[in-house]
Design a binder for this molecule. Sequence first.
Ligand code: TXA
Ligand code: MG
Length: 341
Amino acid sequence: MLKTDLNPINTAAVARTAEILRAGGVAAIPTETVYGLAANALDSAAVSKIFKAKGRPEDNPLIVHIAQIDWLSRYALDIPESAYKLAEAFWPGPLTILLKKSPVIPRNVTAGMDSVGIRFPSHPVAQAVIKAAGIPLAAPSANISGSPSPTKAAHVLHDFDGKIDMILDGGDCSVGVESTVLSLFGKVPCVLRPGGVTPEQIASVLGDVEVDPAVTHPLAGDAKPASPGMKYKHYAPKANVIILNGSLPDFAAYVNAHAPGTEGCAVLCYEGEQELFRVPSVCYGTEKDSSAQARDLFDSLRMLDKMNAKVVYARCPEKSGVGLAVYNRLLRAAGFEEIKI
Ligand code: TXA
Ligand code: MG
């Protein structure tokens, strides 16, 4: 079996990662959102290794990561002025912009689509690796498809030990949920996946923005999603997650009433609430701090797996600002099961 190296960040480790990537290998690198499983975005054979390692459906496109705004025009065509405005305001940072794909990007990167998602991450290690390699990197979240995204190097090791050459350990990711995916193809810019850059922030730069209905509602059975990622079950721990939307006292009353007859019952709540429940609990951030919830969510979902939770009652996040991203991930972890209490 391959030995997967977990490396602290230093110049030599960054240089070695860049070398692995230039040679067509796959390596996990930290970004400010989640860890990415990276390969040379210009090398279709390298990119296919990502799909294989993750068990990722081949119709789900990858994001191309760059380290300078002027690389945008190398990999995208017909770039609208609005893309440059967004780049100026939010790059480097957790925003992926969908643009018309340049033919230099192999088809498997975009899963045959004519568009390409491009992102300039703010994490200094991600930037250093891209610059040292001198190539754009295709990088999905570094988790096995369907499981919660990795916000710590240990999460990546858990999913990929023995399956990839190299993990760069950059500590905990500061945003904790994946980038905002924004389409500029319609009349009005449209958020296909909410993330660290909020719809409110995008509207402040472009004047107007829509949020795709699939962000908060399940797709109808035969509907074609704007982003293929929308149709897959995501971020899901092994437990059956149920979001309970209501006040804290109502939440506690519901849980304590239902817990006795529920095998493997656990709670996903906010800090300071744990003593209210008669069942095991894990917290994610505080009630009023969406950014803290975003940072903790995926780690908390993984902890619930470790506890062998079977049914998880979860507190319902705010549905605005970064909270919309937290809500979207939790909804998908819950298979859209939300009960109003
Ligand atoms: O923050 C992030 O974006 C992280 C880090 C590593 O940069 N990456 C990430 O990649 O979350 P991934 O592959 O786990 O999620 C990419 C999402 C998928 O839902 C995919 O369907 C969508 O973006 N996507 C990518 N390219 C697209 C395209 N051309 N059109 C529509 N959706 C696209
Ligand atoms: Mg992912």
